[in-house]
Design a protein around this ligand. Structure first.
Ligand code: NDP
Ligand code: A1CAB
Length: 273
């Protein structure tokens, strides 16, 4: 991929995940700058990855061709307003990772910029195991689309969507979903402890089972996930009883309700910010 000068505005969890993935994939650290109001996250990034750091967004943006907008959604408007008043934004490519802010709104916040790619990554990006959805406005050139896609592909798998509303679907299925799996694992760990295992052993049991299950799904693309489930589920055995319990308790409704709640919140955020 092209190694353009890139600035991260906001050096929080997600920026760190992406920067870490980029550096691990060989992106030159001297072409990456991160900007943040407080120093500790910046100094950690500098010492871990040798990237450039600054507390001045203006300084980060001046020297960059690509700007990653990585502040919390509720802070985006104020941050962009300060930026557009202090530095020329023309000709730059903007890549937003913020949940719930549409490209049209971002364009307004940036004073009429339209060269915007909206993405929705997730935290496993820090290990190169991310899943990112991307949407580009019609104003974005093929070269810039390729850059944005290549960038996020440094930290995992990517999927382009051709309707912006589908980014909210990406949030529900991939952006937020690591937390669903953690919630499930927390509950499993707790129950394993109740059944007599110490905290660490309970964690090992559930994390290794999850890892193995995820690898089985990835390594067997020709098999439906339901088939993999069937392979575990011996007739009249233990798994059948456990899965039956999930189904009796309405797991499908529970999961679809949770994913719809994520989409609804993204839609609400689009109106709020
Ligand atoms: N966490 C996740 O799983 C995902 C998050 N996202 C999106 O990523 C974005 C960032 O989230 P996340 O990394 O979790 O949040 P964090 O709070 O960890 O990071 C946001 C960072 O922005 C900094 N910041 C605040 N104001 C400014 C400003 N004016 N200029 C520059 N930096 C500023 C904060 O600094 P300080 O702490 O010093 O105030 C903080 O370090 C959000 O928009 C979120 O919707 C997208 C996908 C997944
Ligand atoms: O919870 C959030 O709003 C962000 C977006 C996806 C994951 N975290």
């Amino acid at each position: 991929m092209q190694h353009r000068h890139i600035a991260f505005i906001g050096a929080g969890n997600m920026s760190r995940s992406i920067i870490s993935g980029m550096c691990n994939s060989g992106y030159p650290a001297d072409k990456i700058i991160a900007s943040n109001p407080s120093m500790p996250k910046l100094t950690a990034l500098e010492s871990d990855f040798s990237i450039q750091i600054t507390q001045q967004n203006k300084h980060a943006v001046e020297s960059a061709e690509v700007i990653v907008l990585a502040v919390k959604p509720q802070l985006m408007e104020e941050m962009c307003a300060n930026l557009k008043d202090t530095v020329s934004l023309d000709g730059k490519l903007f890549i937003s990772i913020a949940a719930g802010i549409e490209t049209s709104r971002l364009g307004e916040m940036l004073g009429g910029q339209a060269n915007i790619v909206r993405t929705m990554p997730n935290t496993p990006s820090s290990l190169g195991k991310g899943m990112t959805g991307l949407y580009a406005t019609e104003h974005v050139s093929q070269q810039d689309r390729d850059y944005a896609g290549d960038l996020m592909a440094q930290v995992g798998e990517i999927a382009w969507v051709d309707k912006e509303s589908l980014i909210n679907g990406v949030i529900a299925a991939a952006g937020s979903s690591p937390a669903y799996f953690y919630t499930f694992l927390e509950a499993m760990q707790k129950e394993a402890e109740s059944q007599g295992f110490d905290h660490q052993t309970a964690r090992l049991l559930v994390q290794q089972a999850m890892l193995g299950a995820a690898e089985m799904v990835c390594h067997n693309p020709q098999l439906e996930i339901s088939e993999l489930r069937a392979q575990v589920t011996s007739k009249g055995g233990t798994t059948a009883k456990a899965v039956e319990h999930f189904q009796d308790q309405g797991i499908d409704t529970l999961v679809s309700g949770a994913m719809q709640a994520a989409v609804t919140r993204a839609e609400e955020m689009a109106k709020l910010f």
